[in-house]
Design a binder for this molecule. Structure first.
Ligand code: 5GP
Length: 190
């Protein structure tokens, strides 16, 4: 099995990361989305096997014990997220590069396990106020969860320098273009 490239996209919640990842998947590069496993319940229109593999907390713990994850983490209190080994194997076998929408710690973890194969990208929101507005306008979380996400976002902003590429998302179209150029150059290099 030939292994493809890994494109890690990390950013604070609300930075527009998911929008940018979706845009990248609409180009013609052979690239697939890494569907993470999570123990949190589905939000809005999210579907099992498309947005996430939704696991019960018990099923998630069982996978940890089976060493089924390349990386996993308790991203928020009692809410686990992780990348399944079989997710990478299936996509590589299909000849695809893999793009990850994953948090900062998980992203850097993947980069350290696959240093040559991975391009790590950090999406920076213009500032915390914009981030807060985006989180509130999404209106899918209650106040305590928004506060938890904002606290984590502040910490994550400080990790930007550890990534290969930083893209500031103040102009969405510009950010999409920049990301596409960087990713295309990386996947096409030997
Ligand atoms: P959300 O609940 O908003 O979908 O995701 C919460 C956070 O978990 C986001 O920062 C998201 O990128 C991160 N996340 C999603 N999947 C994974 C994963 O497989 N591993 C890690 N470490 N974080 C993930």
């Amino acid at each position: 099995m030939k292994e493809g490239k890994l494109i890690v996209v990390s950013a604070p919640s609300g930075s527009g990361k998911s929008t940018l990842v979706k845009a990248l998947l609409e180009n013609d590069l052979p690239m697939a989305f890494s569907i993470s496993a999570t123990s949190r319940p589905p939000r809005g229109k999210e579907q099992d096997g498309i947005d996430y593999h939704f696991f019960t907390p018990e099923a998630f713990q069982k996978k940890i014990l089976e060493n089924a994850f390349v990386e996993y983490e308790e991203v928020y209190t009692a809410k686990f997220y992780g990348t399944l080994r079989e997710e990478l194997q299936n996509k590589w076998s299909a000849g695809q590069h893999i793009i990850f929408d994953i948090d900062v710690v998980g992203g850097l973890n993947i980069k350290s396990q696959y240093p040559e194969q991975t391009l790590s990208i950090f999406i920076q929101a213009p500032n915390l106020k914009v981030l807060e507005e985006r989180l509130r306008s999404r209106a899918t979380e209650d106040e305590a969860l928004i506060q938890e996400r904002l606290t984590k976002a502040q910490l994550e902003m400080e990790s930007a320098t550890e990534f290969d590429v930083v893209i500031v998302n103040d102009d969405l179209e510009q950010a999409k273009k920049e990301m596409f150029q960087k990713v295309k150059a990386f996947v096409e290099q030997a």
